[in-house]
Design a protein around this ligand. Structure first.
Ligand SMILES: [Zn+2]
Length: 269
């Protein structure tokens, strides 16, 4: 694959045009200081961004070795599961970061335009400049890549990624209406158990994005620097919840039920 370097991020591509490569390089370069200034997170060594120009490149670059093995060795059994997982991700998302290393795969604008906008429209304010959808996806995924070593709980991982894109864009990118996902929500009581974003229907995914974003924004608004402190070293989910409880004054056992009321009271129109 060809590559360019932006900051200390390696951008890899095969068939992307110059305008796409420039857009990716500019967005990567601009994201690095935004992520650092917001959270104190630096670009890790070996950070790579792949420009996805086709579903074929996605298929072969995003499958784990285990999935490749299943695909080849036990094809008839594994294909439906792998196919369903991948076609769903492909339909809904503009980019991905693997959970184990700082590598991101992000679609070009042409591919974003072919994707479903339904999930994005549930949560995000519509972008007037289509290139911004790609730029914001790059900043979002890089925030995941810069924090991948921390193994964060889902709400915090998505929350900081979405909050950083607000900083990157210099404006709010999330609809105030998405507060409706917080309460009441049938997915709510299981929220702390979720480890995967893609499980469940679009409303559950939208709920996870809204839960992460609004809690992050609430904490940044009321306790600036608190989240930055959580990101200094890897901590267990339980440890993070204990600190949330101490900071907000809500007992751990009531936290996930009580916090949404406070968030809605603060931000609802
Ligand atoms: Zn994300």
């Amino acid at each position: 694959m060809k590559h360019v370097i932006a900051g200390n991020i390696k951008i890899l591509y095969n068939n992307a045009g110059k305008s796409s490569v420039d857009l990716f390089a500019n967005a990567c370069t601009k994201s690095i200081p935004v992520i650092y200034e917001t959270w104190g997170l630096k670009a890790p060594a070996n950070c790579k961004v792949y420009i996805m120009t086709s579903w074929q490149s996605y298929l072969f670059q995003t499958l784990s070795w285990a999935e490749k093995f299943f695909l080849v060795v036990v094809l008839p059994i594994s294909l439906p599961q792998v196919y369903m997982k991948m076609s769903k991700s492909w339909r809904l998302f503009s980019g991905w970061t693997v959970p184990s290393r700082p590598n991101c795969w992000i679609k070009t604008l042409a591919l974003v335009n072919m994707s479903s906008h339904e999930l994005r429209d549930k949560v995000h304010i519509q972008e007037t400049d289509p290139d911004n959808i790609v730029r914001l996806a790059i900043c979002h995924e890089l925030t995941h890549a810069f924090s991948v070593h921390l193994k964060l709980p889902l709400w915090l991982s998505e929350g900081i990624a979405m909050y950083t894109t607000d900083k990157f864009a210099g404006k709010i990118t999330v609809k105030a209406e998405s507060l409706k996902y917080l309460e009441p929500n049938p997915h709510k009581n299981r929220s702390t158990n979720y480890t995967k974003l893609t499980t469940g229907d679009d409303d559950r995914i939208a709920y996870n994005y809204a839960r992460g974003y609004w809690l992050t924004r609430y904490l940044e608004h009321n306790f600036p620097g608190f989240i930055r402190g959580l990101l200094v070293k890897r901590q267990s989910k339980r440890k993070i919840e204990q600190q949330l409880s101490l900071k907000t004054g809500i007992p751990v056992k009531d936290f996930w039920n009580e916090i949404d009321k406070k968030i809605v009271a603060q931000f609802a129109l």
